[in-house]
Design a protein around this ligand. Structure first.
Ligand SMILES: Cc1cc2nc3c(=O)[nH]c(=O)nc-3n(C[C@H](O)[C@H](O)[C@H](O)COP(=O)(O)OP(=O)(O)OC[C@H]3O[C@@H](n4cnc5c(N)ncnc54)[C@H](O)[C@@H]3O)c2cc1C
Length: 495
């Protein structure tokens, strides 16, 4: 068995590991980095354009980021944090465009206005109130609101044409929302990284085991092409393996991973590629999740531009699965992830979310007609034959210990790191790729605290992410300097 030693080992070649690799290379080009990916392509799991919704999650349109309490109050804290984190991503991507690391921005990001759309008295009242609260915050000051069918028809003709004129409807719009092809973005970063001498990308290589040694991690990797194993020794390991992260984290045996489990959810889209329909819709229109539906199945009708091709996507239709990944996933993934330390949490979370499981199983058996009926809430003139069903990526939601209920299911993203900062893993899936830059900065702060505190890294970070160290949430003047500059570089400026 061959072996080699690196400073950093990145597991998985999706947006997370690639962002980590890119950030580290910009901070210290001398670092020796290896990235290991079990598929034969970069970004072909959740990060691939067709496997996710490509929404640049800025909390402009996603109603699940602004939950309403029983007393009617609307909490926008989560939306504020997500919006600020997306601004960080936009700054990082802008930096890479300006440095010619990434190609023309339209190859990975395109403007698509972000709209929330509701119908019925109750939801219209909710949206109006949400608009009043959000637009009072500088991050959302450009949000528009309308209940006027003529304005709404201008904003989203497909959604308004042939709609019952008696139906009360309302929408909010932020004109500079983004559709992101995270696959192209990631492949762009990987292409740049591969040009560095001390960066290597090993495709068709699966990590099988991770063992702690005295001053490094020994990572056992299978080379599928040569049918042989090799050991990679690394001072720092980043498990950015998406749905494959939990099993690898468990293999590392770090105490911080104890109690974590995963709840996989599959997804499907309705896709339309007919140019005469596609050209009539130019927005991401998010509605409200059906009662009992999980937050990740909030329905939306989206403009998508993937690898330069335009399409409309509707969904996602979430479903039940026991696989952790779409490619190379096994029906035994869920069961194999049950260990002594997470068994109680998983069983409790399973029992508490029995309704969710039943909902997901029901979704799997929906017919094409039922799915297009749901679509007709958004696009009344939709015809069954114009839409086909496509498989989306898998999400593995986080299950963790809960002192009260034994275990709980969460829908966010979480970093789990060893106390000494030599290993970190990313669990969960939402808001995911959109906030990858902030997530990676958080990992660096936890795992490289001394280097992050140096003047050299601090200065470099401020070049890469100009708002670094300041608060876009609290400082409206800072936002005025940052946002227009990013929108201009990324060509998202509404004309
Ligand atoms: C249906 C759906 C819709 C979504 N919509 C959005 C959206 O609109 N906006 C948004 O920002 N985010 C969205 N997301 C989330 C987003 O796609 C993910 O957060 C993001 O792609 C995760 O990136 P990653 O690099 O962690 O994982 P991945 O892209 O899955 O990459 C992990 C890689 O690790 C590899 N791997 C796994 N195990 C091993 C192993 N043992 N050895 C070597 N390699 C391994 C995999 O093959 C894979 O290539 C969505 C996700 C889904 C599923």
């Amino acid at each position: 068995m061959t072996s080699n030693t690196v400073d950093v080992l990145l597991i998985g070649a999706g947006v997370m590991s690639t962002t980590m690799g890119m950030m580290l290379k910009l901070l210290d080009p001398s670092l020796k980095i290896t990235m290991v990916e079990r598929l034969d392509h970069v970004a072909h799991e959740s990060t691939d354009g067709w496997n996710n919704a490509g929404t640049g999650h800025a909390a402009y349109c996603e109603l699940n980021y602004t939950p309403q309490g029983r007393d009617g109050s609307i909490d926008i804290k989560k939306a504020i944090n997500i919006n600020a984190a997306f601004e960080v991503s936009q700054q990082f991507w802008s930096y890479m465009v300006k440095q010619d690391i990434l190609p023309d921005p339209s190859s990975f990001i395109n403007r698509a206005p972000h709209l929330s759309f509701v119908w019925g008295e109750k939801d219209v009242a909710f949206l109006r109130k949400r608009y009043e609260i959000m637009s009072a915050h500088h991050l959302f000051a450009d949000m528009e609101y309308s209940e006027d069918p003529r304005t709404l028809r201008e904003w989203m003709p497909l959604v308004m044409n042939n709609r019952d004129p008696m139906q009360r409807v309302a929408a909010t719009r932020v004109n500079y929302g983004a559709d992101v092809d995270f696959g192209s973005l990631t492949r762009g970063m990987a292409k740049h990284l591969k040009a560095h001498d001390n960066f290597s990308l090993l495709l068709s290589h699966s990590v099988k085991d991770i063992t702690r040694r005295k001053d490094h991690w020994a990572v056992l990797v299978d080379d599928h092409r040569k049918n042989m194993a090799r050991e990679i020794r690394a001072k720092f390991v980043f498990i950015g393996a998406g749905g494959g992260a939990l099993p690898l984290l468990q293999k590392s045996d770090i105490t911080e991973a104890e109690g974590y489990g995963g709840f996989p959810v599959s997804g499907q889209w309705l896709v339309c590629k007919k140019p005469e329909i596609v050209k009539q819709h130019y927005a991401k229109v998010y509605g409200k999740a059906a009662v009992g539906a999980p937050p990740m199945s909030v329905p939306h009708l989206d403009t998508r531009i993937i690898d330069g091709e335009s399409a409309l996507l509707f969904g996602p239709f979430a479903g039940f699965t026991t696989r952790f990944t779409k490619e190379k996933g096994s029906i035994f993934d869920l069961f194999s992830s049950m260990k002594r330390d997470n068994f109680k949490a998983m069983v409790h979370a399973g029992l508490d979310n029995f309704d969710l499981t039943r909902y997901l199983v029901g979704e799997v058996f929906q017919s094409q007609k039922t799915r297009v009926d749901t679509l007709r809430n958004f696009f009344p003139e939709a015809r069954d034959e114009d839409w086909h069903l496509a498989e989306a990526g898998q999400r593995v939601q986080i299950i963790k210990k809960d002192p009260v209920n034994g275990g709980k299911l969460e829908f966010g993203t979480e970093v789990v790191a060893s106390a000494d900062g030599s290993l970190a893993a990313l669990l969960g899936a939402s808001p995911g790729a959109s906030i990858a830059t902030q997530t990676i900065i958080d990992v660096l702060e936890r795992c490289f605290p001394k280097r992050m505190a140096t003047e050299a890294w601090q200065n470099r970070l401020r070049e890469i992410v100009p708002s670094y160290g300041e608060s876009l949430v609290d400082d409206p003047e800072l936002l005025k300097r940052i946002r227009p500059a990013s929108l201009k570089t990324l060509e998202l400026d509404p004309v």
